[in-house]
Write a protein that binds this ligand. Structure first.
Ligand code: PLP
Length: 453
C-alpha cells in the first residue's frame, strides 16, 4: 500500500477517523485537516501538495544532521539484515550499543562514563528518576528522595516525565503526579526579573529558589535537582550566565545530585557535544535522546556519572528496570554513524564559531526591532522571539498565545516551519544550516511578523 494512491483529502479523512495525535486538539485538527509531510531533503521538508518548507525546528529538535542522509539508512539496513533485534538483558549484549557506549563515554563531560538506553526522552527521564532515588537508597538514605524541578520545565510526557516537568496544563490532566517532586521558579528574566534587576542578580535569585526549596524540605530529604540547561519546549529560556554556577554550588553544598535534561541540547546544538560543556556544568546524570540519531531512529541514552554508577555496580545487586528496546542494535548502529557525521563535518565547531554567532546576529539585526517583538535570544542554534503588543511595557496580545499562532501560520504560508509556544516563537534548526539558510529564515520570519502586525 503506498500513500501515493490516496488523495490528500482521503489521507486527512483516514487520519481524522483513526489517528489520535500527540499534543493536539482533535476538533481543531479535524476542522483544518492535517498537513501531510511526505519527504525531506537537507534543510527542507515537503508536503503532499509539493510545498517546500524550510524546517526551523529540525523536526522536533532532533534532525541535527538534516534530512536525506543515505548513510544512516544504509547503517540501519545493514544492521537489520545482520541482526535486527536482540536485547541486552540476561547477560547478553549486541555490538552496536557496546561501541556506542564507548563513544558516548569519550565525548561526555568528565566523570560521566556509563550509559543506560531507552527509546525516548520520557523513558530516559523515568530511568533517571528511578536511578537517583535508588542511589540514595543504596547509600542507606532512602528518605533522601525529593526531586526539585522548575515550573514550566518539560521532561517528557510519561507519568514520570510529566511529574518531573512543570507544565500546569499537563499536570492538570495527570490525575496524580509521582510524589515528592517540587517545582520552583524558572530562570526567565524577560518575564520574571524585577524592574531594574540586573541579569546577573536575577540569575542568582532564580538559583536561590532552589536553595530555599532544599532548606524547606530539609537537605536530608532532597535527592536531586533536575533542569534543562536551556528550557526548550517551555520557550527557549536561556538562563543568565550566573544561574548554573550557583545551582552547582548549591547542589554541592547540600549534597544534592544534579540531573541535566539534555534531550534537546545534546549532540551539538549549543556548539559543544553537550550544553554541560558549553556552560561548565558538572552533572551526575544527563538525559539525551533526539539528536543522538538525528531522529532517524528512536533512541535515548541516559549518561550516568561515576558516583552513581559505582554505587549501582558495587552495592546495587539487580536494578529492576529496563526496556525491551534498551540498546536496540539498529538504533545504536544509526547513532554511531550519526555521531560520525557530526564529527566528520565539523558541525559542532561550525555552530560554535560560525552559524551560532551569525544566527544570533541575524535575530538581533533583522527581527529584534520589529514592532511586535519584545526580545530575541539565542544560544548556539536555539532561538526565541517574544511576541508582544507593546515593546515598551511588554504587554502581551490577548488570547493566550493566539498572536504567536498567527505569526506561525503566516510563517508556514511563507515557507518557514517554526513553532509557537505560549507567546514565544521558537527555532531549533538542523545544524547543517549555513549563513544563507539563516538569511532565508530571517527573511521569511520577518515577512510573517509584518503580516501578523
Ligand atoms: N526532555 C526534554 C527537555 C524534551 O524537550 C523532551 C521532548 O521534547 C523530552 C524530555 C521528552 O522526550 P520524548 O518526546 O522523546 O519522550
Amino acid at each position: 500500500m503506498t500513500y501515493q494512491n490516496f488523495s490528500l483529502k482521503q489521507l486527512q479523512d483516514i487520519d481524522a477517523a483513526h489517528h489520535l495525535h500527540p499534543f493536539t486538539d482533535h476538533k481543531d485538527l479535524r476542522a483544518a485537516g492535517s498537513r501531510v509531510i511526505t519527504r525531506a531533503e537537507g534543510p527542507f521538508i515537503y508536503d503532499s501538495e509539493g510545498n517546500e518548507l524550510l524546517d526551523g525546528m529540525a523536526g522536533l529538535w532532533c534532525v541535527n544532521v538534516g534530512y536525506g542522509r543515505h548513510e544512516l539508512a544504509e547503517a540501519a539496513y545493514a544492521q537489520m539484515k545482520e541482526l535486527p533485534y536482540y536485547n541486552s538483558f540476561f547477560r547478553c549484549t549486541t555490538p552496536t550499543p557496546v561501541l556506542l557506549s564507548k563513544k558516548l563515554a569519550e565525548i561526555a563531560p568528565e566523570g560521566v562514563s556509563q550509559v543506560f538506553y531507552g527509546s525516548s526522552g520520557s523513558e530516559s527521564n523515568d530511568t533517571a528518576l528511578r536511578l537517583v532515588r535508588h542511589y540514595w537508597a543504596l547509600e542507606g538514605r532512602p528518605q533522601k528522595n525529593i526531586i526539585i524541578s522548575r515550573k514550566n520545565a518539560y521532561h517528557g510526557s510519561s507519568v514520570a516525565g510529566t511529574s518531573l516537568g512543570g507544565m500546569a496544563a499537563m499536570h492538570g490532566q495527570l490525575g496524580g503526579a509521582v510524589p515528592n517532586i517540587v517545582h520552583v521558579m524558572m530562570p526567565y528574566a524577560f518575564e520574571l526579573a524585577l524592574p531594574g534587576e540586573r541579569e546577573h542578580d536575577f540569575g542568582i535569585r532564580a538559583a536561590r529558589a532552589v536553595e530555599d526549596a532544599i532548606l524547606e524540605a530539609g537537605p536530608d530529604n532532597v535527592a536531586a535537582f533536575i533542569g534543562e540547561p536551556i528550557m526548550g519546549a517551555g520557550g527557549v529560556k536561556i538562563p543568565p550566565p550566573s544561574y548554573w554556577p550557583e545551582i552547582q554550588r548549591i547542589c554541592r553544598k547540600y549534597d544534592i545530585l544534579l540531573m541535566l535534561d539534555e534531550v534537546i541540547t545534546a549532540y551539538g546544538r549549543t556548539g559543544a557535544w553537550f550544553a554541560a560543556q558549553s556552560m561548565g556544568i558538572e552533572p551526575d546524570t544527563i538525559t539525551t535522546a533526539k539528536a543522538l540519531t538525528s531522529g532517524y531512529q528512536p533512541l535515548s541514552a541516559l549518561l550516568v556519572g561515576e558516583r552513581i554508577a559505582s554505587t549501582l555496580v558495587d552495592k546495587g545487586g539487580e536494578f529492576y528496570h529496563g526496556y525491551t528496546y534498551s540498546g536496540h542494535p539498529v538504533a545504536c548502529a544509526v547513532a554511531l554513524v550519526n555521531l560520525e557525521i557530526i564529527e566528520r563535518e565539523g558541525l559542532i565547531e561550525r555552530v560554535r564559531d560560525d552559524t551560532g554567532p551569525y544566527f544570533r546576529k541575524a535575530l538581533a539585526e533583522r527581527l529584534a526591532g520589529h514592532g511586535i517583538v519584545g526580545e530575541v535570544r539565542s544560544f548556539g542554534l536555539m532561538g526565541a522571539i517574544e511576541i508582544v503588543k507593546d515593546r515598551e511595557t511588554r504587554e502581551r496580545f490577548p488570547g493566550d498565545g493566539a498572536a504567536a499562532v498567527v505569526v506561525r501560520d503566516h510563517a508556514i504560508a511563507n515557507g518557514m516551519m517554526l513553532r509557537a509556544t505560549g507567546d514565544t516563537m521558537i527555532l531549533s534548526p538542523p545544524l547543517i544550516w549555513t549563513r544563507e539558510t539563516i538569511d532565508m529564515a530571517a527573511d521569511r520570519i520577518a515577512r510573517a511578523l509584518d503580516l501578523a502586525e
